[in-house]
Design a protein around this ligand. Structure first.
Ligand code: PLP
Length: 236
């Protein structure tokens, strides 16, 4: 649904939060089952502050260089930061301690680097594994078949904690088109959870963006990542 430009960020935050509430309720899920992660790439600190004033509390950033100055500028605000973009191994050290959750771990090598840097920093980093549910050749993320071997290997890394899965489905015309991919992520999550790998929690499903977060919530999302429905279309 297109949000008219005249609407303020505050109005849009309220409308997304209320759509989440309604969808959660209709799906018969607990009221606190879904958290909104506002995707703030290219959004200025001033506009982010408007969103925080209207009820945002978790912000998702995609790029390390862009995120670090924003995190500094918003140190006074009650914000939790999530990293949702592709993360390069050489940048891991510079973000240790800044992000509550990294949604986008897409290789064992990246997990090993996070583990190493988290150990140096004396912390345990919570992560999600990004899954390429559509099997697209151009997209980051683990192939669904790779998870069975990767999860136990990662679970042995003492300074990361796997909390669940994340996906960006292939683009579809209608939000409904994404449903099968959300169902797939959920069934992968449930299959991993059923194996009871020590140290693996598997409670989170990060799925759904501006166009399809309602469908994602119906299919079990616990974290929805919404950008343009709050901040308007991105330029460039
Ligand atoms: C930009 C982005 C989003 C939000 O996309 P919108 O369509 O603007 O809601 C969600 N997840 C990731 C990983 C993103 O990069």
């Amino acid at each position: 649904m297109e949000v008219p430009d005249s609407e303020t960020i505050a109005r849009r935050v309220q409308s997304v939060l209320s759509a989440i509430r309604q969808t959660v309720e209709k799906a018969g899920r607990p009221a606190d089952a879904v958290k909104l992660v506002a995707a703030t790439k290219t959004v200025t600190v001033e506009r982010i502050r408007e969103g925080l004033g209207a009820g945002l509390s978790i912000l998702g950033e995609n790029r390390v260089q862009e995120a670090i100055p924003k995190i500094r500028a918003l140190e006074d605000a009650p914000v939790r930061w999530h990293f949702i973009g592709q993360l390069q191994r050489r940048k891991v050290r510079s973000i240790m301690g800044l992000f509550e959750l990294i949604h986008s771990v897409d290789s064992l090598e990246l997990a090993q680097e996070i583990d190493r840097r988290a150990a140096e920093a004396g912390l345990v980093q919570e992560v999600l594994l990004e899954v390429n549910v559509g099997g697209e050749t151009t997209k980051a993320g683990f192939h669904p078949d790779a998870l069975e071997a990767v999860v136990p290997a990662m679970a042995r890394l003492p300074h990361i904690r796997i909390k669940g899965l994340m996906t960006i489905p292939p683009p579809t015309q209608e939000a409904e088109g994404a449903r099968i991919y959300f169902q797939k992520l959920r069934s992968l999550r449930d299959a991993i959870a059923a194996r009871n790998v020590p140290g693996v929690v598997m409670q989170e499903l990060s799925m759904g963006m501006s166009n399809d977060y309602r469908v994602a919530i119906e299919e079990g999302a616990t974290l929805v990542r919404v950008g343009s429905a709050i901040f308007g279309a991105r330029r460039g």
